[in-house]
Design a protein around this ligand. Structure first.
Ligand code: CP
Ligand code: NVA
Length: 309
């Protein structure tokens, strides 16, 4: 592992993504073998937004690796208001062994990584959610036996989760088709970067507005909330715009035989996904959620414990 922070999947090579997935699978198979990997290490977790999966997977993950995590919520440190991001990074560098941060602005993660002397892990920003994409491809590999050559259709909002999925898929040789309402496409810079990498590994990345075209024959149908954290005021307007992009039984029927339904959670049934699809046999959403733990432990072991060195 040549990187010292996990800010974006775009900073990782194909080999590094595979190293994380392989270590996550080993940790999942034999957690006891890793119970002292981060003995007496401390992870500081900064949350500007709510979290269930990220908070619990990192905190439980640190405990299971022999270390400890401290949760710092918005009212604990008021990042950028009570104290600058740079000062927080330098203070934590003298007390903890790593920082995981969930922020509004992606720049805050970049700034933390720039000023900290300890590894910084992106636990979701407005631009990306790398830890989620790692758990997602761990899940896809478990369920389909491979990532290379599979076809993933993402339907809904072109957001942080979409960006990290596109980056990860490209490196793993998985093709992606994205269908969003006009005006809600993923960032064109991210699309261009991911498309360049995808081409190197024999995969494609298509971005458009047509759900039928995107999902036809896909191995995985993926969706996420229509209004991300911080966009709550747009919720009612978005529900109207996104209605044709709901993943329902007819969307799943147009996917390939045995296609998986995936969602990073939290889900809003009746909005981006219908209850029947969410609860169907195709849905692997709780396997995905559980894999956050194993993927996080691999990232922590590699960055804080030097497991890859
Ligand atoms: N998927 C995910 O990151 O969940 P939380 O927001 O609950 O952490
Ligand atoms: N796109 C969502 C993901 C939540 C895990 C958000 O940013 O709120």
């Amino acid at each position: 592992m040549t990187i010292s922070d996990l800010v974006s999947i775009h900073d990782l090579s194909r080999e590094e993504v595979l190293e994380i997935l392989d270590l996550a699978a080993r940790i999942k198979r034999d957690p006891v073998a890793f119970q002292d990997a981060l003995s007496r290490r401390t992870l500081a977790m900064i949350f500007e937004k709510p979290s269930l999966r990220t908070r619990v997977s990192f905190e439980a993950g640190m405990t299971q690796l022999g270390g400890h995590a401290i949760c710092l919520g918005p009212s604990d440190i008021s990042m950028g208001r009570r104290e600058s991001v740079a000062d927080i990074a330098r203070t934590l560098s003298g007390m903890a062994d790593g920082i995981m941060a969930r922020t509004f602005s992606h720049q805050a993660i970049v700034d933390l990584a720039q000023h900290a002397a300890i590894p910084v892990i992106n636990g979701l920003s407005d631009r990306s959610h790398p830890c989620q994409a790692l758990a997602d491809f761990l899940t896809i590999r478990e369920a389909l036996g491979r990532c290379e050559g599979i076809r993933l259709a993402y339907v809904g909002d072109g957001n942080n989760v979409t960006h990290s999925l596109m980056y990860a898929a490209a490196r793993l040789g998985a093709s992606v088709s994205v269908a969003t309402p006009p005006g809600y496409a993923p960032d064109p810079d991210v699309v261009r970067q991911a498309r360049e990498v995808a081409a190197r590994f024999g995969a494609t990345l298509a971005v458009g507005h047509n759900v039928d075209e995107a999902v036809a024959g896909a191995d995985v149908i993926y969706t996420d909330t229509w209004a991300s954290m911080g966009q709550e005021a747009e919720h009612d307007e978005r529900v109207v715009v996104f209605r044709p992009y709901q993943v329902d039984a007819s969307v799943m029927a147009r996917a390939g035989k045995g296609a998986l339904f995936m969602h990073c959670l939290p889900a809003h049934r009746g909005e981006e996904v219908t209850d029947d699809v969410f609860e169907s046999k195709a849905s692997v959403v709780f396997q995905q959620a559980a894999n956050r733990l194993h993927a996080q432990k691999a990232v922590l072991a590699l960055l804080l414990g030097g497991a890859g060195r």
